[in-house]
Ligand binder design. Structure first.
Ligand code: CA
Length: 232
């Protein structure tokens, strides 16, 4: 998949931001369609194939959050949320519902394009890695088939919970995972709001995989949101 095959849908009611995004995509040779409200977005999404959705949360007609819910009923396409700084709660709900990443306004075109590259790498990897069981980031590697974690070529011992947590990150490389999403996936619904258990598990895992757990290189903390395994 080259840039030429990529089709992006921009949903943004602010004409200035819409044009800014369109201009940045054009410069990268990415094709796109741009709409200014949720209704037009939904009708295009059912009639045309898009590889990525760039979605503003504050739209004049339908809430961006509802659009994510609808899209996730039938599609796994990457959704990159664009939100204003005062929409932090909405941002977290968007990620909980399955958005892949977010950009906070104002953002630069370099930032926008970097996030798009991560999202596109993710879909290429999904297409390719259906049966692949080895994932690698930097010097950290996991073999899902054999349940082996390696750092700099040597196996490291992790507990079953640490393994589950790490696997979740490797299956979502580059994607922001919210605290409540991780709790639900690793512990199940009952632990819904106990963030302390996650912080403790994360600290234990970081001591094993990070040279300096205070300055992590692999799993980054997204303040007020959750965590992200970096995509190199
Ligand atoms: Ca808006």
């Amino acid at each position: 998949m080259t840039n030429l095959d990529i089709n992006i849908l921009i949903v943004e009611d602010d004409p200035q931001i819409r044009n800014f995004i369109a201009y940045a995509l054009k410069g990268e040779g990415l094709s796109y369609k741009a709409v200014q409200n949720g209704e037009n977005a939904l009708s295009l999404l059912v009639s045309e194939k898009f590889d990525l959705l760039l979605l503003d949360l504050g739209l004049p007609d339908i809430d961006g959050i509802q659009i994510i819910e609808k899209v996730r009923e039938w599609s796994e396409m990457p959704i990159l949320v664009v939100s204003a700084r005062d929409q932090d709660r909405e941002k977290v709900s968007a990620l909980d519902l399955g958005a892949d990443d977010y950009l906070t306004k104002p953002f630069s075109s370099a930032e926008l394009l970097a996030r798009i590259r991560v999202a596109l790498r993710h879909i290429r990897r999904l297409n390719k890695d259906k049966e692949n069981t080895i994932f690698k980031v930097g010097e950290l590697q996991i073999n899902i088939d054999k349940r082996i974690v390696e750092l700099e070529g040597s196996e490291i011992h992790v507990t079953p919970m640490e393994y589950n947590l790490l696997t979740l990150f490797f299956k979502n490389i580059g994607k922001v995972l919210t605290t409540s999403y991780i709790l639900k996936e690793v512990w199940g619904v009952d632990y819904g709001s106990d963030t302390q258990v996650l912080r403790a598990l994360m600290a234990a895992l970081r001591r094993k995989i990070e040279k300096n757990p205070a300055k992590p290189r692999y799993i980054m903390t997204e303040v007020g949101v959750g965590y992200r395994l970096i995509d190199e």
